[in-house]
Ligand binder design. Structure first.
Ligand code: BTN
Length: 267
């Protein structure tokens, strides 16, 4: 039996979070194509509730951003999607991917021993020593009701030598930081608490999210190349704008604010 049960995840949750996140909100799947697809389908069928969560031990079509695949061995990492009901004002919705990075990163840091601090790579990757620890894929559905699906792949107990060759040098896991296995259910409980307590209020009180991300940004002060659908932007990372957009200092050409990009590379 998997360690990912409602009972194990909710064991350390506060009563107020347990009221919002009940057994009705929780679905465990031994395997599936993609938890994001499963949750998007549930939302489209009109049956989803705020904080519905689908977690799987194995995904055979795990999706990353830009159509990339998301890889993880069965039962070792966390692969899940959580539904967040989108509320007015719409102008704040673009802040959600950044809020998700902050909630996820704070939850992970709360279980790390020692001095380990994560790095944030815009728009919402979490790294440690410049190796990727977690990825977030946010997708939205507007009909029958506006919802966001926050899909999270968090590398927990895999060893880096278990990753495919092309990821071995660029990915890391909590095991590699801590040198011991972590409880996936406790971690998931922390993350659920973070969303239950932090959403939607942190979309309006966004300064806290920006401060968290700025303090950990790997792009600030670095020479970067940002590949966008409108072309390539070169410059020095210059922090984040009010909604979490990336600001690039292009020297004589001034500051450029970027809302979304295909890739961000160090140069
Ligand atoms: C990224 O490219 O960095 C985002 C990766 C997101 C992966 C997670 S795993 C759970 C959820 N289901 C998916 O198919 N993708 C997300």
């Amino acid at each position: 039996m998997s360690d990912l049960t409602y009972e194990s995840i909710s064991a350390a949750l506060s009563e107020s979070v347990k009221e919002k996140f009940t057994t009705e909100h929780f679905l465990y799947l031994e395997e599936t194509g993609s938890t994001n697809d499963d949750l998007l389908n549930r939302i489209r069928s009109g049956k989803a509730k705020h904080l519905d969560l689908i977690v799987a031990d194995l995904q055979y079509q795990g999706r990353g951003r830009r159509g990339d695949r998301w890889e993880a061995s069965s039962g070792r990492n966390l692969l899940f999607s959580i539904a967040l009901k989108l509320e007015e004002p719409k102008e704040n919705w673009c802040r959600l991917p950044h809020l998700a990075a902050c909630v996820l990163g704070s939850s992970v840091e709360s279980v790390l021993t020692g001095e380990s601090r994560l790095q944030a790579k815009w728009p919402n990757d979490l790294l440690h020593k410049e190796k990727k620890l977690a990825g977030i894929l946010v997708e939205t559905v507007l009909v029958p009701e506006p919802f966001a699906v926050v899909g999270i792949g968090l590398n927990v107990n895999m060893r880096t030598d278990e990753f495919p060759d092309e990821l071995r040098e660029i990915a890391t896991t909590i095991y590699e930081l801590e040198r011991c296995e972590s409880s996936r259910s406790f971690l998931l409980g922390e993350i659920v608490s973070g969303f239950a307590n932090g959403y939607p209020n942190m979309l309006t009180n966004f300064g806290e999210v920006l401060d968290w991300l700025e303090a950990r940004s790997v792009l600030s002060g670095r020479r970067i190349e940002v590949v966008t659908t409108e072309g390539i932007v070169h410059g020095i990372g210059h922090g984040l704008g009010n909604d979490g957009e990336l600001i690039v200092d292009q020297g004589d050409s001034g500051l450029k604010s970027i809302l979304s990009a295909e890739r961000v590379l160090f140069r």
